[in-house]
Design a protein around this ligand. Structure first.
Ligand code: SF4
Length: 384
């Protein structure tokens, strides 16, 4: 699904509340207790109304409610949010509607609310099946919660589920990771995302690593975890369609593909980012800063950046090369009115010669060796 028209705009909707704070997390989130959750939902819906009035759309190919923890909302709050979304968006055009869920937080009532409003995909933050590690990274759920939630979803015949795993966690051994991978695959889900732990500034983890209180697996071990993941997933029929994502055919995340195809999307909620027309924008992050302009019927945009043609071409390459299918030369030319050869001929030749890129028909993609060092290659596509 490729959506080039400026009026086909997907949406990311951010729920910044969490019932606990994980030690590695640098997302825009706050501890749930004492937060003005009901007002936040009302203002979120107001933001959608204001934005859709400013930028009318004809379709919204994907909707994604993420966080934070969307399942930290009560069933009533979830109902208010989802019914508000359904009243504002052309729901008949929405092909994929995902909500993020935390294992253990999903009740029958919440699932029924989601289904009522067309949610057809769940993304679950499992991270690891090792209870000791879960505790160490500050997660509150256990592996048993994951199994319970999966059994509940299976009984409810809700099968379009993705799980997120994190590897290279502090103290994680190769044997421990293999066990997590095996257990994840045994769940027989259509989609898996696996990311290595990234140490972010201002997280508890970063402080602990600086103080020498945490040790992380070395680069070689991390590389091996990644390579074993690719092999195990492919063996289980989950194709690596993006550097960190694996799926059965036809079960790729359409929403994430909107990002990787460099298409347009709204970002609603505190700290959310959007890309509309030639502009990327970012909302205020702190809850009260986000609510204030909305109370006065103004959009809560904190920063906008107009992308030059060069910026857009760079992004087309960075994002598209993350996908196994790579970048389409024909689409590049249609979007930018320059051939990809004109702009990137020299880089393409060099990286192809180095065995990191391959060109096949209309497609320019990373080779297996290139996928392992993606970030280094992306830099080569900077134009200035
Ligand atoms: S990782 Fe998820 S659940 Fe944990 S604090 Fe961050 S947003 Fe909340």
């Amino acid at each position: 699904m490729i959506n080039d028209a400026g009026r086909d705009i997907s949406a990311y909707i951010h729920i910044p509340f969490c019932e606990h704070i994980c030690y590695y997390c640098d997302f825009n989130k706050v501890f749930l207790e004492g937060q003005p959750v009901d007002e936040y939902i009302e203002m979120l819906l107001r933001e959608m109304s204001l934005q859709l009035e400013k930028t009318p759309i004809q379709s919204s190919p994907t909707l994604y409610v993420g966080g934070g923890t969307p399942t930290s909302l009560t069933a009533q709050q979830l109902d208010r949010l989802l019914s508000g979304i359904a009243a504002r968006f052309p729901m008949e055009t929405v092909a994929e509607f995902t909500v993020e869920a935390n294992p253990g937080d999903l009740t029958a009532e919440k699932l029924s609310v989601m289904r009522n409003y067309g949610v057809n995909r769940l993304s679950m933050g499992v991270q690891t099946f090792d209870d000791r590690l879960l505790k160490k990274i500050g997660r509150r759920h256990t592996a048993a919660d994951v199994y319970k939630t999966m059994a509940f979803l299976e009984k409810a015949d809700f099968r379009n589920v993705s799980i997120d795993l994190i590897y290279a966690l502090p103290g994680q051994t190769l044997a421990g990771f293999r066990d997590t991978l095996k257990r994840a695959i045994e769940l027989d889900l259509p989609h898996y995302s696996l990311y290595s732990l990234i140490l972010e500034n201002k997280t508890m983890f970063m402080n602990w690593v600086r103080q020498g209180r945490l040790t992380l697996p070395d680069q070689e071990e991390e590389g091996q975890m990644f390579e074993e993941t690719i092999l195990a997933m492919e063996k289980a029929g989950r194709r690596q369609y993006e550097i960190s994502n694996f799926a059965l055919a036809g079960k790729e995340s359409e929403h994430n593909k909107v990002y990787w195809h460099n298409e347009h999307y709204f970002g609603f909620g505190a700290g959310a980012s959007g890309y509309v027309g030639n502009e990327r924008y970012k909302n205020f992050g702190p809850i009260q800063h986000y609510l204030k302009p909305l109370r006065e019927n103004k959009l809560p945009v904190y920063d906008t950046e107009s992308l030059t043609l060069k910026n857009q071409m760079e992004e087309e390459m960075f994002l598209g090369l993350r996908l196994k299918e790579g970048v389409s030369a024909e689409r590049f030319e249609r979007k930018f009115h320059h051939t990809i050869e004109e702009i990137y001929g020299a880089v393409l030749a060099e990286e192809t010669k180095a065995g990191l890129l391959e060109i096949s028909g209309d497609r320019i993609r990373l080779t297996a060796a290139g996928l392992l060092i993606g970030n280094d290659i992306f830099e080569r596509f900077l134009l200035d």
